[in-house]
Design a protein around this ligand. Structure first.
Ligand SMILES: [Zn+2]
Length: 309
């Protein structure tokens, strides 16, 4: 029986860390049901309960480490993997066709594996950019360098497998100590928490992760392109075509919102399960909540069958 097997995720694309997630229990179901928003705090609360670093020795699963240092990209990969473990690989989104008088339902479906594979960090091809990146002195920060890279090899930087985001090797025209130097770092969950609820969260994120924050449009675009290629956003616009009229349809796929909403729907039976199991077996609420979700559902199903329709 594999229902209680832990889930191993990683190495994560940005941090390179390997993470072990233990199965969901009723406590996480309650957490999902009682949370108001699908925000970063909820993701961190779930991870604090479920996740541990694989290389963290023998410490107990579920130790209350904080996960706010994780890059947003890594956080989204973890949510997608959790959703995949509970509900399978296939994700479906649908939208009504917006073409006049059509209104046909348009399905867009894809697999989690495939989706994550399409979002691994890949640098913009050398020929298409006039910038490069190197590690700055301050840990976690990068320096944006102007100018085309002249060498050939080694630009397809591999970010996985290391403990910090690595820029591609760039032994090139480094002009240290320049006054107009631009630095940036990859946004983390802590950054997302800090900017949540602000009037302009995207701009606030730039203020935190880019130095100087005020840049001309060209530099700004370079920094944003570099950040996006080193740590791609997993929430994206998906494009589908209407099977009826052929019109293009756009759906914004928000990883966090989609996966947490689904997990919450799936959690909705927790109170019924507690009710039926407490009656049938006289287990306490705490006992039932502590049970892995799959096992609880099997018992509850048996109790329902036993109870007769
Ligand atoms: Zn249509």
């Amino acid at each position: 029986m594999t229902v209680e097997a832990v889930l191993r995720v990683g190495p994560l694309p940005i941090s390179g860390q390997k993470v072990i997630l233990r199965p969901l229990t009723g406590v996480e179901d309650q957490l999902l049901l009682e949370a108001r928003d699908n925000n970063v705090s909820l993701v961190l609360a779930l991870l604090n309960r479920l996740a541990r670093l694989q290389d963290h020795g023998t410490s107990d699963i579920g130790t209350h480490e904080s996960w706010d240092w994780l890059a947003t990209t890594d956080l989204d990969v973890l949510i997608l993997r959790l959703r995949q473990a509970v509900l399978g690989d296939s994700i479906r989104a649908d939208v009504s066709c917006g073409a006049a008088g059509c209104n046909q339902r348009i399905d867009i479906s894809f697999g989690v594996d495939e989706y994550i594979a399409h979002h691994i960090p890949v640098l913009v091809p050398e020929d298409d950019r006039d910038w490069s990146v190197e590690s700055a002195e301050e840990p976690g920060w990068f320096r944006l360098l102007e100018g085309q890279v002249n060498h050939k090899a080694g630009i397809e930087g591999e970010s996985a497998g290391s403990s910090t985001p690595q820029p591609p090797p760039t032994p090139l025209n480094h002009r240290s100590g320049q006054k107009d130097e631009v630095f940036f770092r990859i946004p983390t969950a802590a950054d997302q928490l800090a900017v949540a609820g602000l009037p302009d969260p995207a701009e606030a994120l730039v203020q935190r992760c880019v130095r100087p924050a005020l840049l001309d449009a060209g530099k700004r675009l370079q920094v944003e392109t570099a950040m996006e290629s080193m740590a791609p956003a997993l929430s994206n616009e998906l494009i589908g075509a209407c099977p009826e009229c052929g019109a293009e349809a756009h759906i914004y796929f928000d990883v966090r919102d989609y996966c947490l909403s689904e997990l919450r729907q799936y959690a909705a039976f927790i109170y019924e399960d507690i009710d039926i199991l407490a009656r049938r077996y006289h287990w306490t609420e705490a006992d039932i909540l502590a049970m892995p979700r799959n096992r609880r559902m099997i018992y509850a199903e048996l109790a329902r069958q036993e109870g007769g329709q």
